[in-house]
Design a binder for this molecule. Structure first.
Ligand code: GLP
Length: 264
């Protein structure tokens, strides 16, 4: 596992955007061999999306041959609903870059047939071989996508019920009203995420410190879904200083030193 520790949120966003651009460019994607990117929503990746948009506008990166799969969606919310993840992605990223509409994949929160929707999503991912880089955030309870504590560490795309902690955290996007937050969601599974060639998780702010402690220093445990990254061959956690508040100082020093020595 690589752990990148930056001073603040902006530096994390810049590092993440540069890394995404580097991965896409070095892959040399074409229409026949697109780069497959897994994407997430939430407040944390917003800065990274802004940086990627800047790079696109400056002619430094193209998304023409990039295919995307988003992690999750609320059941019952359609693309025009301002709280849906379809809307979030369109407003905060897709409409600003040159990604073809046909290359964008999100789970349909309005589907009547959940099992079919989830199986199709897995099949669509498989049709591209694999996701090359899956970018995610993490909940303060350690959830990745909407895989709440107790999720099977080998789960696939399916319906999940949100915990009260996640409903409380996400109510800030629903006028602070918990009763407006959908209780059920469609989400890729932990197995879907870890099948990717590389997984990159962004975590900023001290609210994420406990999850980061469990991810890096804890044991692999379904009660802290993010801890599965320890089993992945290529995982990266990017965090700011406050998100490292619950790590031992030796752990922080260790990861800072290897980044300095190996990747100046
Ligand atoms: C939601 C999303 C997750 C995201 C998490 C943290 O629950 N489903 O994908 O990682 O929120 O969001 P934030 O970045 O806003 O803290």
């Amino acid at each position: 596992m690589r752990v990148i520790i930056k001073n603040d949120y902006d530096q994390c966003s810049i590092w993440a955007a540069n890394y995404v651009a580097y991965r896409i460019k070095s892959f040399r994607p074409t229409a026949k061999k697109p780069f497959v990117l897994g994407l997430c929503t939430g407040s944390t990746p917003l800065g990274m999306y802004k940086e990627l948009i800047k790079m696109y506008k400056a002619g430094k990166i193209s998304f023409e041959n990039v295919v995307t799969f988003n992690m999750d969606e609320y059941i019952g919310l359609g693309p025009k609903d301002a709280q849906s993840y379809h809307y979030f992605m369109h407003e905060n990223f897709f409409k600003h870059v040159n990604i073809p509409q046909a290359n964008i994949h999100l789970l349909n929160g309005l589907t009547k047939d959940y099992a079919k929707e989830c199986k199709n999503y897995e099949d669509q991912i498989k049709s591209y071989g694999k996701i090359h880089l899956f970018i995610g955030g993490v909940g303060s309870d350690g959830h990745i996508a909407f895989n709440e504590p107790g999720s099977s560490l080998s789960s696939r795309t399916r319906v999940k019920t949100l915990t009260s902690e996640t409903i409380e955290a996400n109510s800030r996007f629903f006028d602070g009203n918990k009763s407006k937050v959908p209780t059920n969601v469609l989400t890729v599974g932990i197995g879907t995420i870890t099948d990717s060639e590389e997984v990159m998780i962004l975590a900023t702010g001290d609210k994420k410190a406990r999850a980061i402690h469990h991810a890096i220093e804890g044991s692999i445990n379904h009660m802290w879904p993010i801890s599965i990254l320890q089993m992945h061959e290529h995982s990266i956690i990017i965090c700011d200083e406050p998100a490292t508040n619950e790590l031992k100082s030796d752990t922080v020093r260790y990861f800072k030193e290897i980044e300095k020595q190996l990747r100046p």
